[in-house]
Design a protein around this ligand. Structure first.
Ligand code: SF4
Ligand code: SF4
Length: 311
């Protein structure tokens, strides 16, 4: 069951990585008049963060910022629903930049072994504030300029457009730094600089599904703390509410007493006592992934709100 979570997560990560790659390559081919692939959009049109950064302009003068459309609000709504249901699940299961960092991290782990992902605690705490500062900076600057200013620094956008001539020098630097740092630290961009991650993590405090530890069967082996890639002391809490958690469920996978359901994802709204609450099956996460990303796009296409730029 626990490894099934990890297998399901990897499958979901690969599906979304391939989907985003298809969209960005298809957009490039259409732009260069080489080929028209079905269902292709620009990356901006399917980005939930586009919905977040255009809110100020939408509220104040009813306009959308450059390259952002009503469909971004649908995608943002889907993300919001997934955050309320499962916390920062989007980061650990869907975001292709998170997946790429994680995959490069596996390489780093093999080479560096016990030296991988060893950030001094104080430095880690200081650097974690970076994503909140980044969020503030991006929202203020985007509202001021009404342009997608962050795309020049965004490793996600630039990685999936690296073969085009749209990339600024800052974009190459952002990709290089993110991939390079992933060899040493688990998901460095998610952890220290992602403005969307600054928002998603806040939902871990009150999501409907969360990771719960049953103290009565826990043997305090601390394997969950060792497995956690972002340094959360899972063995010290009853419910994982840390904003750093990306719901990767690696802690759940290693718990040796899990046949007793010691560490599991459970619905917070269940009326049953903690010992009788049912574990959330992996397939529910597939549904949440579809809800978070694919369903809003389909709805926006259905109601005629989906727009994208060819160039
Ligand atoms: S607490 Fe568990 S689910 Fe959250 S990041 Fe750590 S290992 Fe992943
Ligand atoms: S891995 Fe399981 S048994 Fe060990 S400390 Fe964590 S919750 Fe308790």
């Amino acid at each position: 069951m626990k490894n099934r979570y990890q297998r399901t997560r990897l499958a979901v990560q690969i599906v979304f990585f391939v989907l985003i790659l298809y969209i960005s390559v298809g957009h490039y081919l259409a732009e260069k008049h080489i080929a028209e692939l079905p269902g292709v959009a620009s990356l901006h049109a399917v980005c939930p963060f586009g919905g977040v950064v255009t809110i100020y302009n939408l509220v104040t003068d009813g306009s959308y910022i450059q390259k952002i459309h009503p469909s971004n609000l649908f995608v943002m709504g889907g993300l919001l629903a997934s955050l309320i249901i499962a916390g920062a699940f989007f980061c650990g299961w869907i975001c292709p930049l998170g997946s790429v960092q994680e995959w490069f991290g596996k390489l780093g782990k093999r080479v560096l072994r016990s030296h991988y992902n060893k950030v001094p605690v104080l430095l880690d705490k200081i650097l974690r504030s970076g994503k909140y500062l980044m969020l503030l900076f991006v929202i203020i600057q985007t509202a001021r300029t009404a342009t997608l200013l962050f795309s020049n620094f965004d490793p996600y956008y630039n990685l999936f457009n690296i073969w085009t001539d749209e990339i600024a020098i800052t974009g190459y630097i952002a990709v290089f730094l993110t991939i390079g740092a992933s060899f040493f630290v688990e998901r460095p961009f998610c952890r220290y600089a992602c403005p969307l991650g600054a928002i998603t993590g806040l939902f871990n405090s009150f999501s409907l599904i969360n990771i719960r530890r049953r103290a009565s069967t826990c043997i305090d082996c601390e394997l969950c703390d060792i497995a956690c890639p972002v340094g959360i002391d899972v063995s010290k809490v009853t419910v994982v509410r840390s904003p750093a958690c990306n719901r990767c469920l690696k802690c759940v996978a290693v718990c040796p007493t899990n046949e007793n359901g010691t560490l599991a994802t459970r619905a917070f709204f269940s009326r049953k006592s903690d010992t009788r609450r049912k574990e959330i099956p992996a397939r529910i996460y597939i549904l949440v992934a579809a809800l978070a990303f694919l369903l809003p796009i389909m709805i926006s296409v259905f109601v005629g709100a989906f727009e994208t730029e060819k160039t």
